[in-house]
Design a binder for this molecule. Structure first.
Ligand code: OAD
Length: 252
């Protein structure tokens, strides 16, 4: 059953000048990609990020780290976008078609937004699909089967690392700048499927709110920002987002 949504929220979706969206792992959960912090199913409930997701971990044990990320790459290759990804791609098209601006910022490394048709996605934490040589910085798109050797090597002989951002590393400068610009320029900010505890990404919500944007939070759980959001919807994004779009755009 479609849940009733606040009329101001539906109106904001239809008429905002600039919609900025921040997504986290929750948006891909219904595609079968594990989140990080969910108590039983999250990756960080089963693995220690210090052993896998830091430059020091790669230095200490490049084989272990490369193998773990390559397994994630291969498992994400079997996943397809869900109704939440598709709804966000639709709202992007609708917003642009009516002359509005739309910025999709993601912390996800799976590229399922792009697979659903979203364009110009800002990837704050990089991607599993591009690996980079630690010596010559050459990047290679890796869409093939699992690597045959761990760690794999670049043609220059250097080790290849996954193109994701690890704990203790800076976010890609241009991506962060673009995201911050969108957060301060938008009049509607959607925070979808993120625990909102990892900075600087989580700071975008406050930035948007301080700059005057109204904020929608979609998550099955409370987040640190739920209480401060203009609207907070409890539930799975793959269910809520299509319902929201249908309420906003078919009831006109
Ligand atoms: P988290 O695992 O921290 O949070 C996922 C959020 O998604 C939680 O708040 C869940 O309640 C919510 N969630 C679960 N299922 C959902 C669903 N079906 N629909 C909507 N929401 C759902 O993931 P992120 O916030 O993305 O960084 O984590 C941020 C960063 O921390 C990640 O990019 C990663 C991680 O360590 C790096 O690896 C650098």
């Amino acid at each position: 059953m479609t849940q009733p949504f606040d009329a101001d929220l539906l109106d904001a979706l239809r008429s905002a000048h600039h919609i900025a969206v921040l997504t986290g792992a929750g948006v891909s959960a219904e595609s079968g990609v594990p989140t990080f912090r969910d108590a039983l199913t999250g990756l960080w409930a089963r693995y220690d990020p210090a052993q896998l997701a830091t430059p020091e971990a790669f230095e200490r044990d490049p084989e272990l780290v490369a193998r773990w990320y390559d397994e994630r790459r291969c498992s994400v290759a079997r996943c397809v976008p869900n109704a939440g990804h598709v709804a966000l791609a639709q709202v992007q098209r609708q917003t642009i078609d009516r002359g509005g601006a739309f910025t999709l910022i993601t912390q996800n490394v799976d590229r399922l937004h792009q697979a659903a048709g979203s364009i110009d996605v800002i990837e704050l934490h990089g991607t599993l699909w591009v690996w980079r040589c630690i010596d010559c910085d050459m990047e290679t798109e890796e869409r093939g089967p699992a690597f045959s050797a761990f760690p794999s090597h670049c043609s220059c002989g250097g080790l290849k690392r996954p193109g994701v951002v690890w704990f203790g590393e800076e976010l890609p400068r241009h991506a962060l700048l673009q995201a911050q610009r969108a957060a301060t320029a938008c009049d509607l900010f959607l925070s979808i499927g993120t625990s909102s505890v990892v900075y600087p990404a989580a700071g975008l919500i406050d930035q948007a709110s301080r700059a005057g944007a109204r904020v929608l939070d979609v998550n099955p759980q409370e987040t640190p920002y739920s209480g401060r959001a203009t609207w907070s919807l409890r539930g799975a994004s793959g269910e809520i987002l299509p319902q929201l779009l249908s309420a906003a755009f078919t009831a006109e």
